[in-house]
Every structure is written in C-alpha cells, then in structure tokens.
Design a protein around this ligand. Structure first.
Ligand code: ATP
Ligand code: MG
Length: 565
C-alpha cells in the first residue's frame, strides 16, 4: 500500500502572497506551497512535502549511480584543516569556506566538496591495481559561504549534493568512468523531467582537463550559455571559442594622426569621428602577476576577465589602477595604441587579425591614429579568445548565429586527473609490481538545487507543476466540503493507496472548496481528483494539473484510469 497523506494531518500552511524577500520563482512557490521554510540567508528547512520531493530526486540519483557500480558512503561534513592544506584549497577557497575552531583551538571547516577526503579514503582502502577502478559517492550536506545566497534553494549556503569520485589506473580508465557518469547523468536528468543541455565548461579552481556542465535553461539561472539554433552545439559562454576569419590583406594607406579632443572612451571617440565602435581598437590594460599587459579587442566588444584569467592561469589577472600609470609616460590613459607600446606585452582577440586596420590611441593626449595595421604597424605577441560572447557570434561548429540563454547548473562532471593523487601520493601497486599513480574524476549533482530548478522549469501561473516521478504524490484528491464528499474522498484515497498510488487527500473540514482548489494547483501534484457536486451519484472529476484538461467520470473508471497511469 502506497502512502495516503491526509491534508488534515499534514503540517502545511499555504500562503496566498509571495514572501517579501523572495526574488526567484522557486523561492516564492516552494515557500507559498509549504515545501520549504527559510531559516536564514541560504539556509533552509525541508517541510514534509518538500522532503518527499527531495527524497524522490535523491532516489533517482541513487538508482542511477548504483547502476554504474557506484558505492554509496557517507563522509563527515565537519572536517579537519590538514587535508585541505595539503591540496592548497584551505587558502584557495578564501571566503567561500566556513571555518571553525574546536575547544582546543584546532582549525576545522565545513566541507564544500570532498576530493581531499575521498582521496585519503581510497589511499587507505585500495592498495593494488586489483582494487581499481572504484566509483564512490555520497548524498550529503555541503557548506559554502556564498556571496549572494539570494536565489532560494537554488543557491544555499547549506545544500545537498551528490558527489562522486572515480579512481582509475590510467587515462583510458578515467575516460571510461567519465563516460559512465555522463550517461548516468543523462538518465537522471531525463527521469527527473528536466529540459537540459550538456555544455563544455572551463575547469575553474578545480584544475584539470575535460569538464562538462549540465544546464537547465531557466530565467532564474545564474549561468549564461550559448545555444546554436542550427546544430547541437551548446557551451558555457566562457568556453566558446572563436575561429578567426581569413582576412584579405589590402593596402590601407599610411598611419594618420587625428585630433580627437576629450575622447578617452570608445563611446566618445566613435561619436566624435562618426564611425562605428567596431572600427576602433580598444586596448585594455591589465596586470598579470604585477606586470602591465595590454589586451586588444574591437571597440564594440568587452574583455571577459574570467576567460582571460583562464588562459593565463596560474598567473593572477588584475585591473589597473591610477597608480599604475605613475612613472609610465609611455602609457597615456585613454589614448593608448599598440603601435607605441614597445615594452608592453600585447595580447589580442583573433578578430584583431593580421592585415586589419584600426583607429586607436596615438599615445598622446587627445590624439588618435587611423590606418594602424596589425602586422605592419605593431605586432601581436599572443592571440587569445578573450571577448564576452554576444548573441549572433558565429557557432564554432557550424557558423550559424549563436543564441544566448540563462540556465541553472544542475550537474558538473570533471576529469580531474592526478592533481589530488599527486598531492596525497595516491599510488597502488601495479601489475608489474611497481607503484602506479591513480587518476581521478569528480562528479556533482546539486540534489537540493535540482528540486528548485525543477520548480523553476515546470511551474505555471497557478503554481508548482511537478513531473510525476518527483511529485510528492501521484494524485491529489480534493473533497469539496460536505461530509459525504469527504467520506467519498477518503474511500477513494484508500482504494488508490491499496493499488500502490501515492495519494494526498484534502479532507480538511471547514476549508472552502475554492481554497482547496487553489491549494491543489499551487502544490502541483500531476493529477487532481475532485469529489464534488456529483459525489452522491458516484461521479468524480479528474483533472490534469499541467494541461488543465478535466473530465467527469464514474468512480470506478477514474480509479482504473489513475491506476493505469
Ligand atoms: P556554481 O557555479 O553554481 O556556484 P559550482 O560550479 O561552484 O556551482 P560545483 O562545485 O561544480 O558547483 O558543485 C556541483 C554541483 O553542486 C553544481 O553543479 C550545483 O548543481 C550544486 N551546487 C553548487 N553550489 C551550490 C549551492 N550553493 N547551492 C545549491 N547547489 C549548489
Ligand atoms: Mg560547477
């Protein structure tokens, strides 16, 4: 018998109005429908209905992880500092890490992710090549002191993650473990009812090579991604690469100086000369490990400092300040041009291609120069793809105009390689008797975030609208109000429960039918069954929450229909 939950006995208080502090749809609806309650910024309680949805998501994740041979474990969230010092992340994480001291003054942290600890465990448990490969995972609470925990359950400071880790003897093994996870994630997100894309990602602070993100397109998403309307290319905006078009080298005429008073910005310059911003060359000065470097991009484009940082890592990239210009007469603020920058390394976007001519600073106040040709008047030291992607940029795969979208990162898979194995000297005895350094993958799914992301993707103007596998019940029975209707509703609940259907039954006395119907829509169970006006004749109404389609049916037919679904 599946569970029958009576609303009269359920700890739930639905709200008509959005909570005052809610900015995102998942926050508004999950609170209004009584699924979660906010305790503090980024810290949430799962109420009974929310806990059910959460467990349904977790169950699907578990089933698919077990199916690829994952072994479930549970690690502590409270961790000693030392392993994170070994990996360097005690410092790298900065303010994101919750740090605390015990009574003896020892340093601890609340785990933001567990690569270090899993590496230690495998070092402890696996000694020989015969013990590998291994996939271990947990569904566990993570802690990150996020700068902006404002998106409801989407971005918690305490949140639930499924994190798994693979340990292999060689690169081919790692590729296989990665492929297993990728396929498992596809099954998980399909079963959960997500609309999602797999995009190649930049590896960020984790360090490593191949990495892909699973993105759920949604307005509340904090990630921007590009989608090709013509082929299956999709990517994180920071991972899009641009192929420089072949340029015709033409004779542009000699460099000419232009009198351009008060035009230190591209905007003022383009306006003064009456040319499009794209005809000008923007030279952004940055500091790379303290040294001033110029980055040239077309004037209508922005430099993506994240992308630049990725290219130059591990060097640190900073923006320049007024002080950096002191003692540098070669750097004329607002009027910098690459043709005069002899001692400065010049990085350019591929759009600043050899043979192209630009209007750019003349390295004198209030003066610009035109016909400054790449390769003739200055040289580019290094080409890097560093501009912020724009809608309409060519797809690297087919050339069609890319579209930009917002999305929620619901999962992330990563070929870490030997970064942590090196830090912890994780070796096993190889077949030839010599030690072999193990190679690792790490793979995350935001389980609590997935609940919020599903809420975002499936909700409509009436409220939540869960995909069946994750819904807190299969059917929501509404007893319109009279004692006879409540009695019918409870007997329907009983019959359905016996048949294995998960039932939520609104048997509350003294609550108006209108309120009950509104609550049923808000709560978002996929099928709504109403014991209303025609209860006396044994006729009930069946309503599909998503399509809104409704139909009157004799009780037995309604039950047969629901059981058959
Ligand atoms: P984000 O870029 O959104 O901060 P991340 O790249 O730092 O996420 P990972 O370290 O890759 O996240 O963590 C694995 C998964 O955990 C993410 O794909 C996401 O689904 C989830 N996750 C990460 N941070 C949070 C959070 N603050 N609240 C809820 N879920 C999170
Ligand atoms: Mg990530």
């Amino acid at each position: 018998m599946a569970q029958v939950q009576r609303m009269s006995r359920l700890m739930i208080k639905t709200l008509r109005d959005d909570p005052a502090d809610a900015e995102t749809l998942n926050h508004k609806l999950l609170v209004r429908a009584g699924y979660v309650r906010r305790n503090a910024a980024g810290i949430w309680t799962w109420l009974p209905l929310g806990k059910k949805v959460f467990e349904n998501v977790a169950r699907i994740v578990r089933e698919e992880m077990d199916a690829i041979g994952g072994q479930e474990v549970l690690l502590p969230a409270l961790l000693p500092k030392e392993p994170y010092e070994v990996s360097g992340r005690w410092d790298e994480y900065g303010d994101l890490l919750f740090r605390l001291k015990d009574r003896k003054g020892g340093d601890y942290l609340l785990g933001p992710t567990h690569e270090e600890i899993f590496t230690q465990i495998v070092k402890d448990q696996c000694a020989s090549y015969k013990d590998l490969p291994v996939i271990v995972y947990q569904i566990q609470t993570k802690y990150r002191d996020e700068a902006r925990p404002r998106a409801g359950v989407l971005r918690g400071r305490e949140f639930q993650m499924k994190d798994s880790y693979s340990f292999d003897l060689d690169d081919a093994g790692l590729a296989e473990s990665y492929a297993l996870h990728r396929a498992a994630y596809q099954r998980i997100f399909t079963r959960l009812g997500f609309d999602y894309r797999i995009v190649s990602a930049v590896s960020g602070a984790m360090g490593g090579s191949a990495s892909e993100e699973f993105l759920a397109p949604a307005a509340a998403g904090e990630d921007t991604f590009v989608d090709c309307p013509n082929c299956d290319y999709a990517a994180n905006t920071e991972a899009v690469t641009f192929k420089a078009p072949a340029t015709d080298v033409i004779d542009h005429g000699p460099v000419e100086e232009l009198d351009t008073p008060d035009t230190p910005t591209i905007e003022t310059l383009a306006q003064h000369l009456g040319v499009p911003a794209s005809a000008t060359l923007k030279n952004l000065l940055v500091k790379v490990d303290g040294e001033i470097v110029a980055v040239g991009v077309p004037g209508d484009r922005e430099v993506d400092l994240g992308k630049l940082g990725e290219h130059l890592t591990p060097a640190a990239v900073e923006v320049v300040t007024a002080e950096d210009f002191e003692g540098r007469p070669d750097l004329v603020r607002g009027y910098v041009g690459p043709q005069g920058l002899e001692k400065v390394r010049y990085i350019a976007d591929p759009r600043v291609a050899p043979g192209t001519a630009w209007i750019t600073g003349a390295n004198k106040p209030d003066t610009h120069a035109k016909n400054v040709v790449v390769g003739r008047d200055f040289t580019v030291d290094e080409y890097l793809d560093v501009v912020v992607v724009q809608a309409g940029d060519p797809c690297p795969s087919c050339g069609a105009g890319l579209e930009l979208g917002r999305a929620i990162e619901i999962g992330h898979i990563f070929q870490l390689g030997r970064k942590y194995a090196d830090a912890f000297q994780l070796d096993v005895l190889g077949q030839n008797g010599k030690p072999v350094r193990v190679t690792m993958g790490s793979y995350g799914i935001g389980v609590s975030r997935a609940v919020a992301a599903l809420a975002e993707q499936s909700a409509d103007e009436h409220g939540l609208c869960w995909p069946r596998e994750v819904a807190p019940a299969d059917v929501h029975i509404v007893a319109a109000g009279k004692a006879q209707q409540i009695e019918l509703a409870l007997s329907l609940a009983d019959r359905l429960g016996t048949a294995g259907v998960r039932v939520l039954v609104d048997d509350r006395a003294g609550v108006s039918p209108g309120v009950k119907f509104t609550d049923a829509e808000l709560i978002g169970v996929p099928t709504i069954l109403i014991a209303g006006r025609r209860s006396g004749e044994g006729v009930v109404e069946l309503k599909d929450r998503k399509s809104g389609a409704r139909e009157e049916l004799p009780v037995d037919d309604a039950i047969a229909r629901i059981v058959g679904e």
